[in-house]
Design a protein around this ligand. Structure first.
Ligand SMILES: Cc1cc2nc3c(=O)[nH]c(=O)nc-3n(C[C@H](O)[C@H](O)[C@H](O)COP(=O)(O)OP(=O)(O)OC[C@H]3O[C@@H](n4cnc5c(N)ncnc54)[C@H](O)[C@@H]3O)c2cc1C
Length: 451
């Protein structure tokens, strides 16, 4: 016999539910193996919880969060054209284990493989190849969804396109994604040809990133965000492409062992001098000449995955990842004052990443737009909201935007000021969920949902 929603809620456990930044709230958590059955219409779906902020966090302690990772069946795969359909809880890690050595890879991957397909769609993730490939949503052919009134709807770029493009990047607020169909990409070998080199300052970095984008499908930069003066913005530029069979070793890469972060770091380990020393160490241990090598794609795409629970490094109070994209007229004149502000404030981030973003996608709230994306991990302190507000002022002034999946501190008025597409998205969401039944801590903070 079918369970009623009340019975389903009964099976849920009380828990503290947090994003990857570790700032949690009380709620009810249900790990579902059958998304069709376990989705009372008002629940919020959640994948592997790799969104840093509060997008997969309950708004109230009575709210139900349905965790999808156990609903992970692969439903079909077409070897002719790469079409793949799976339940939304299937993880990218499982996909990589199944397909990488058979010559297939996802067309767009974020910087961790501990994400679900549903999470990849809801955040419309981008990767190191955004400048040539766009976001993940571009490769999605269809979604099976359950909307807030309980209807099962198939949508895609041609079918219910409004709902589809509001869901791609819509942070789970337009309905539950039950199944995802998208196109996998053929790869010539399971190895990456990689080149990296030191860059001495921000202007040179932006120029090098743009130049590399013409030649390399994968580019990313690590930046020392504490360095001031003429070498502000120095760092390492990393470029890659899939190796051709004649360049790759005959055997596939060997499985790597993970280590685990054993404790929550005490706050003194996050002090400015130590972060500065760590950043200098990263810079100077990279050889001066260009470093060329063949890499395991898992190490290339997901370097942080090598340390399980690395988010404990930021201590008990947790951290936020501030990620924004700023337009770039080609001379770093917009991002340079942003970095000056950061270095003046001494915002110490162990890892600051810059990426080149290409054209804006069709997802109504998708993050990337042409320019330079900057991501910083910032330990939470009493002044974090004020710092985020200050950074947001620069972003608003220059027509940039922040990435919702990373955000926990932006004020509603600031988000509205940087997102001209917001009213269109809100209108579609209202059409499919007029009472705002599906909500998150983030939707209460940013979109005016009932607390
Ligand atoms: C180390 C690291 C590196 C990262 N690198 C990148 C990167 O390079 N590029 C990038 O774009 N992102 C990146 N991210 C962010 C990550 O890709 C996204 O946050 C992604 O959405 C996480 O997927 P998840 O399954 O953990 O989803 P969760 O974090 O659990 O949820 C994220 C959102 O998706 C919604 N959601 C999840 N499943 C469903 C579903 N079935 N139906 C409806 N809504 C759903 C949730 O409600 C929530 O709003 C990174 C994260 C980490 C930790």
């Amino acid at each position: 016999m079918d369970e009623t929603p009340t019975e389903t809620i009964h099976r849920a456990q009380r828990a503290t539910i947090a994003g990857w930044g570790r700032i949690g709230r009380a709620g009810r958590l249900l790990e579902s193996v059958d998304l069709n059955r376990d989705s009372p219409h008002a629940a919020l779906f959640r994948g592997l919880g790799r969104s840093y902020g509060d997008s997969a966090v309950p708004a109230r302690e009575t709210d139900l969060i349905v965790a999808t990772p156990r609903a992970d069946r692969l439903l079909f795969f077409n070897r002719e054209n790469g079409a793949l359909r799976a339940e939304a809880g299937l993880s990218l890690k499982t996909l990589n284990e199944l397909f990488l050595h058979q010559g297939w890879f996802v067309p767009v991957t974020p910087g961790t493989q501990f994400v679900t397909l549903g999470g990849m769609v809801a955040s419309d993730v981008h990767g190191k190849n955004h400048h040539v490939a766009g976001t993940f949503g571009h490769y999605v052919r269809a979604l099976i969804m359950r909307t807030a009134d309980g209807r099962i709807v198939e949508c895609g770029p041609e079918r219910e396109p409004e709902l589809f493009w509001a869901t791609v990047g819509g942070m789970g607020l337009t309905g539950h994604i039950l199944e995802v169909e998208f196109t996998m990409e053929r790869i010539p070998s399971p190895w990456i040809r990689c080149e990296s080199r030191r860059i001495e300052d921000l202007r040179a970095f932006v120029a090098a990133l743009k130049e590399a984008a013409r030649e390399w499908p994968f580019t990313v930069g690590w930046i020392d965000c504490l360095k001031q003066g003429p070498h502000m913005g120095r760092g390492i530029l990393i470029c890659g492409r899939w190796a051709q069979p004649d360049e790759a070793p005959p055997a596939p890469p060997r499985l790597r062992r993970m280590i685990r972060m054993p404790f929550d770091c005490p706050e003194f380990l996050l002090s400015r001098p130590l972060v500065r020393a760590f950043n200098s160490y990263l810079f100077y241990t990279h050889p001066r000449p260009i470093k060329r090598r063949l890499m395991d794609p898992i190490a290339f795409f997901y370097p942080l995955d090598a340390i399980a629970e690395w988010n404990r490094m930021y201590g008990r109070r947790g951290f936020t990842q501030y990620q924004c994209v700023l337009p770039d007229p080609g001379d770093a004149s917009i991002i340079a004052p942003f970095f000056e502000r950061l270095t003046r404030r001494g915002v110490g981030s162990f890892l600051s990443v810059i990426k080149d973003c290409g054209a804006e996608g069709r997802g109504l709230l998708s993050f990337p737009k042409p320019g330079i994306s900057i991501a910083l991990d910032i330990p939470v302190r009493d002044n974090t909201s004020a710092l985020v507000a200050e950074l947001n002022r620069h972003v608003i002034e220059h027509g940039g935007r922040i990435y919702l999946t990373k955000d926990q501190f932006t004020a509603a008025a600031d988000f509205r000021a940087m997102e001209p597409r917001l009213d269109r998205w809100l209108a579609v969401r209202r059409k499919w969920d007029p009472e705002g039944r599906i909500r998150s801590a983030q939707s209460v903070r940013l979109f005016g949902d009932h607390p």
